[in-house]
Write a protein of this length. Sequence first.
Length: 596
Amino acid sequence: MNLLFIVVPCAIVLITAYKVYGSVLVKLFRLDGTTTTPAVELRDDVDYEPIESKFLLGQHFSAIAAAGPVVGPILACLMFGWLPAVLWILVGSIFIGGVHDFGALVASVRHKARSIPDVVREHMSHRSYILFLAFVWIALVYIIVAFTDAVALSFVDQRLEETITIPRGAIASSSLIYLVLPIIMGLLLRFTKLSLNMATVIFLPLVGVSIWAGQFVPLDITALIYGPLPADQLPAALAKTVKIWAVLLIVYCVVASLIPMWLLLQPRGHLGGYFLYVALLGGIFGIIAGGIFNPEQTSTVYPAFRGFTDPDSGSTVFPILFITIACGACSGFHSIIASGTTSKQLKNELDARPVAYGSMLLEAMVAILSVCCVMVFAPAALKGLSPNLIYAKGVGRFLAELKIPLSFGILFGLLAFTTFVYDTLDVCTRLGRYIIQELTGWKSNGGKYLATLLTAGIPLLILTQTFVDSAGNAVPAYKHFWSLFGASNQLLAALTLIGVTVWLHRTYKARWVWFVVGIPMVWMYTMSTWALLLFIKRGAFSKDGALQIPADSVSWVAIVLVALALLVLAEAIRVFISPKPPTTTPILSNAAPISV
């Protein structure tokens, strides 16, 4: 099948959903463009700073579109085929993920830009608030672990086609140059009269220059430390280099999460958003051009459906598909971004539709493009390749249809992948610091630094370890923890939907709440808890009738997450069966409650 007949219909479905279902959500949540948002009311130009929706959209999109819409869809496609992946991405993003993101942002804005755990505290109980914060912090730790390792691997692993020569360390150099650009841009915007539009015109082309320049000044740490190595010693040296890069990336997380948002987060999010738009549109236009003029290069080769059970890992479609593809369909991480940083910058309530719901649907298209990167290759051609390399190979192939050199296209895909992740890493560290400060009351500068070091220190300890599979072979940390990250991420989405459902139920007392938010809540809670219970079962607490203690931390973390989720659910049920009068919080919109 020609990819043209997959990408174009998917885009039409998502655009239609934005116009139709997005409008329905605006009416149901009764967004009011005249209400003063927290970004305006509490402006301090550090955390609270209102910005135009078109710029906030790019920043929010680049923050939520991390490695998830690339790694998750590719892994799921490899396991079960591309058809289940595409269906879940479309249905999930429109009716579950989009509602989740939109609801989290609006709930936060209606509560003075406080976090979703704070919303839970107000409408459920202080105990629920503590449980929720603990769950979110654990989820953030594993997001940092998975994504840091994925980026570190992309800096080192260069296994591409034999006909393409890209120096090891080229993407690392391009990434570092890319990180310098927004800092310069932020300083110029802050201390000169340079406008944002003119800064965009100047610095966005420089992102392309950074891609081109990286291959000429590759930062190959392996060569710098070990020098020339025989082939049999290279794998061990590369594995050590990955850990070195992981440490450096964690240091970056600490620094980037402490500096003002105007210096790095906002200009990088602005540039990153445009860059990701270019990556998305470039891939799609390449598929369209190939579908019209060179269909052999853009036709499906990978099987549409490999069965309900993955022949390699033994994983089943239910529930593993729905926790493997998180970002791109539904992701609890998005609620942390929406209620942690985006709500503090939303200038107008009506901007919630393009920023939250629109970004989710854009991310769905990123996930569709990632699936297409698998579809054009035979299974044998992808064996042993990491998702970031599969994505880069696919994007490079699509851009080649636009007459862009394949080597540049692959470098472009690799930098796009790391750009996805950079925004997530420091935002996660910043939000982890917020949570520790909320739990402990560490409001001083010393408390801020200590909370940041604690949030980044746990991932650092994990990433310096070596993980093995059942056969004793070393595996990347992201692969070891991806299923746990996916399950915890999706359970976080379920808990967020619980909080939003309780808020809407107590505020509006309307039946639509249960259909629009309640059903997605039940689905996500079921799939994610089911997956975590499978992980606990695989931990094998008993063998031959005797009790044994699992050595794998995944089982223990899964137990903690399930326990926290059950306690939060119990608190929600208590609220539902013993309802309090509807809230009349003055920070809500002036619009009247809705009854459907």
